[in-house]
Design a protein around this ligand. Structure first.
Ligand SMILES: [Zn+2]
Length: 449
């Protein structure tokens, strides 16, 4: 991994990160790094952004997101096959919000992460001889077999779930079964609420599991009729309870950007990534929705989360330069905003130095808060980042320096488009012509109203 020169150097003295940084020019000592490390390591180091204030060196355990060593992460690093099946694309929020008893949600979660003690799972951990499905005695008892492929399971699904046939569904893992329950086929939801369909499917799974346990532990026999009766009883009971629960009030707030209170500046922040670069964008508007500034700049390629955190750190620095004292920062990266709010000293290691910079600089504002918003409310920043990325240019727009009246962009999000293309700024679907000047002295495009 590391060049001979490094071993020689490190044999004499312990190399510190700060020795690789040119503190006057605020950049990496490229030639020294290329000399010390193999090209792939050198490239990885050179792509790390240098943060604005010095931080002490610390050891990080890369396989763990927080950089902390755990026995579990080491085990998974050594045995990649031992990791849980890929259930990361299950919509967990939807699962935990499902209308139904907590018991059933926990059960669905255990199915999704394949954590039930099926015979296949037991076989991986202990010596068991009989791995055959207790219901059909034909195949190994894996979750997918027990819940969808087994003839007994198929019969139950068919009887209680509107003639649903497993063969028509694309289910290859236990997580797929839960994804189907959380998002049932639309044909089934035409006659009743989706939550009821999901609940019926969830109870079907549970009934299959109960039937299996009765046969295994009480030496009973498969009794489809009583299983179906018991299933209907449980579903009916659940309907009575959960139909009465109050519906959550729909979110009546606008899905679009909203102006801050008078005297406060709202700063929207976003990052965009291509295969070769990243772009950061910061958009500042006042309580009238007037656009004050847009900054966008190109940086070397970074992972998306790092780019989002870097964009927020940049936004905070820019605003201290503007001397705005009451500010609201909005971004659409929940992980990043959560990390800023989190009191833990151990945020995700790859963005930890940005987070500590942000927290530190934020103290200089009279009032300052960070909010997570969805993408539709962050369209201006998103478009500005995309504009910089597509054109591979950094750009700056200032309504005051441009000499014109501030551009009212409160309508920008309504139209769903902020396009700074050539010399036009698209506002709410209509093109407004604004001036565009290309600065000769650098890669900056200056836009003015
Ligand atoms: Zn079976």
């Amino acid at each position: 991994m590391i060049g001979d020169a490094f071993f020689e150097a490190s044999a004499r003295t312990t190399l510190k990160v700060s020795q690789l940084i040119d503190h006057d020019l605020h950049c990496w000592k490229t030639s020294l790094i290329l000399d010390l490390f193999v090209p792939s390591s050198a490239q990885a180091i050179l792509s790390i952004p240098i943060h604005s204030r010095p931080h002490p060196d610390k050891l990080l355990w890369i396989p763990d997101s927080k950089g902390c060593f755990t026995v579990k992460s080491a085990y998974q690093e050594l045995n990649p096959q031992s990791q849980l099946p890929n259930s990361s694309d299950v919509e967990w929020r939807k699962l935990w919000k499902l209308k139904g008893p907590e018991r059933i949600k926990l059960f669905l979660w255990r199915v999704a992460v394949n954590a039930l003690p099926t015979k296949e799972n037991l076989m991986c951990r202990m010596d068991i001889e009989d791995t055959c499905c207790v219901l059909c005695d034909q195949e190994c008892e894996a979750s997918t077999h027990l819940f969808v492929k087994c003839p007994v399971a198929k019969a139950l699904w068919f009887s209680v779930c509107w003639g649903l046939r497993y063969d028509e569904l694309q289910l290859s893992t236990s997580a797929d079964i839960i994804k189907l329950i959380l998002k049932p086929p639309s044909a089934l939801c035409q006659t009743q609420d989706q939550w009821r369909v999901s609940l019926i499917m969830a109870f079907t799974l549970e009934e299959i599991r109960c039937t299996r346990n009765v046969v295994l532990h009480h030496k009973g026999e498969v009794d489809l009729q009583s299983s179906i009766q018991f299933f209907h009883f449980k579903v009916h009971e659940c309907y009575l309870i959960f139909s009465k629960t109050k519906h959550t009030t729909p979110d009546s707030s606008t899905p679009y950007w909203s102006p801050p209170p008078p005297g406060t500046i709202k700063i929207n922040v976003d990052a965009a990534i291509s295969s070769s670069n990243a772009a950061l964008a910061v958009v500042a508007r006042n309580s009238q929705g007037s656009l004050l500034n847009i900054w966008a700049r190109i940086t070397p390629l970074r992972p998306p989360l790092q780019a989002e955190a870097e964009a927020m750190a940049w936004a905070v620095q820019l605003d201290t330069r503007e001397r705005w004292s009451h500010v609201i920062f909005e971004g659409d990266s929940k992980v990043c905003i959560d990390a800023i709010h989190e009191c833990s000293d151990n945020p995700i290691w790859s963005i930890s130095h940005f987070i500590s910079d942000i927290r530190c600089v934020a103290l200089s504002f009279s009032s300052c808060c960070f909010k997570w918003i969805n993408r539709s409310r962050n369209f201006a920043a998103h478009s500005a980042a995309k504009f910089a990325l597509d054109g591979k240019v950094s750009c700056f727009f200032n309504s005051v320096e441009g000499g014109g009246a501030p551009v009212n962009t409160s309508a920008l999000e309504v139209g769903g488009a902020l396009c700074i293309i050539g010399s036009t700024l698209e506002v709410g679907g209509a093109l407004c012509i604004i001036g565009l000047a290309l600065e000769v002295g650098g890669p900056t495009i200056r836009l003015f109203a």
